[in-house]
Design a protein around this ligand. Structure first.
Ligand SMILES: Cc1cc2nc3c(=O)[nH]c(=O)nc-3n(C[C@H](O)[C@H](O)[C@H](O)COP(=O)(O)O)c2cc1C
Length: 373
């Protein structure tokens, strides 16, 4: 997420979950190409962040190819192409982000050239549609075209459409309704592909619900940023069956400060600056006693302290010890926000019914599973 999932947030997230995949902010292919002498600033990350995917944006095939090649030396575990961003700033400049969904062949070519220039899996992040190009059949055409023209096997689907004119980026993440049934129908209709469900997931148990029903994974955006402790603290045990780092927030902050302070000035005077380094921390105590008092104290202390260590030393005393020293939380029941009935699923488009026996046994079982709820 632009301005959010920077190196610092990702380092913080890694102190709460070892197994979850982390995604970078989108880096525009042209930035990578034109900043070839200064790439570290955009592409460097600590080794602890693996597994990590680089998200790139753009549609110029030459630049996408060069960007994938240049990024290869940084050892990302996946390269993802942004076909979901509705921002006017980029949507207005040729084909970019969500508007690429209107050109499935171009995305197929883009994914093929990216794959040719790197040696890791390539994936697409997209919406379920754009403007009036929003039927389930059109979504299937997009998926079929891209996956048949390139080695793309994983699609991350933000389960709402994008509206390119008239809505702000933030409204585009809330106003168009979520249609999880489109994602479950894709899982049914493309059993040879993998679908990661995204949009509106607010807890790790909701994520598990989707994974148990056939999603290859779940991407969590805003909740992982705004409530990192409750969202990420139990991800390893609940989703991966692995022990997580098991750190308290006091321990997390100690480790984070060591990393953050070692980067001050790395990319020039005040780059990164202390505010950038402290920004990912402000939601760590979301909804806890003392959280707003701590945020105010941090704000004041930022005027005088020059290191994250210093900011923490000057402020942590306003938080109760039992909050600072609590173990990672056990998640609460997710409610029924993801329940999707068999009758909710759109029909398989006729071109898919004709072309394959696309509904596999596991697909039918999945349908029954969903229908039972
Ligand atoms: C501040 C912000 C920046 C975002 N930047 C990106 C981005 O660079 N690339 C991308 O694919 N999605 C981006 N998104 C969208 C999220 O990845 C995600 O698809 C969306 O927020 C819905 O998921 P959520 O409900 O879990 O947040 C951004 C979202 C926010 C809030």
């Amino acid at each position: 997420m632009m301005d959010w999932t920077d190196n610092y947030y990702r380092t913080l997230a890694r102190l709460m979950t070892r197994c979850s995949w982390l995604y970078t902010e989108m880096v525009v292919a042209e930035t990578i190409v034109h900043q070839a002498d200064n790439l570290g600033r955009f592409l460097d990350y600590p080794a602890s962040q693996h597994p990590i995917a680089l998200q790139i944006g753009g549609s110029n095939l030459v630049n996408l190819a060069k960007a994938a090649q240049l990024a290869s030396t940084y050892g990302y575990d996946e390269i993802n192409l942004n076909c979901g961003c509705p921002s006017d700033k980029v949507a207005g400049h040729g084909c970019f982000g969500a508007s690429l969904m209107l050109k499935p062949e171009l995305v197929g070519q883009a994914m093929a050239v990216i794959a040719d220039n790197c040696d890791v899996p390539v994936t697409v992040k997209c919406r379920i549609g754009v403007d009036n190009y929003d039927s389930y059949e059109e979504l299937c055409t997009f998926i079929e075209t891209v996956s048949s023209m390139s080695p793309t096997e994983v699609f991350v689907i933000h389960a709402r459409k994008a509206i390119l004119k008239g809505l702000s980026p933030a409204e585009n993440r809330t106003v168009p309704p979520l249609k999880y049934e489109y994602v479950y129908a894709l899982i049914r209709d493309f059993p040879h592909l993998k679908f990661v469900l995204n949009g509106g997931i607010t807890s790790i148990l909701e994520a598990k619900y989707a994974v148990d029903r056939g999603a290859y994974g779940v991407m969590i955006g805003r909740a992982a940023y705004n409530c990192p402790w409750t969202t990420l603290g139990s991800a390893d045990s609940i989703l991966y069956g692995e022990p997580g780092p098991g750190l308290t927030r006091r321990q997390i902050l100690e480790k984070y400060a060591l990393y953050a302070d070692s980067t001050i000035g790395k990319y020039g005077p005040h780059r990164p600056n202390i505010r950038t380094l402290v920004k990912p921390l402000v939601h760590l105590f979301h909804a806890e006693p003392g959280a707003s008092r701590w945020r105010r104290a941090v704000d004041e202390t930022l005027q005088v302290r020059k290191t994250v260590q210093g900011v923490l030393e000057g402020t942590l005393q306003v938080l109760p010890d039992y909050v600072l020293d609590a173990p990672p939380p056990i998640p609460e029941s997710p409610g029924d926000s993801l329940v999707c009935r068999l009758s909710d699923l759109p029909k398989t488009p006729s071109f898919l019914e004709r072309s394959s026996s696309s509904v596999s046994l596991s697909g039918s079982q999945l349908l029954q599973e969903i229908g039972c709820r």
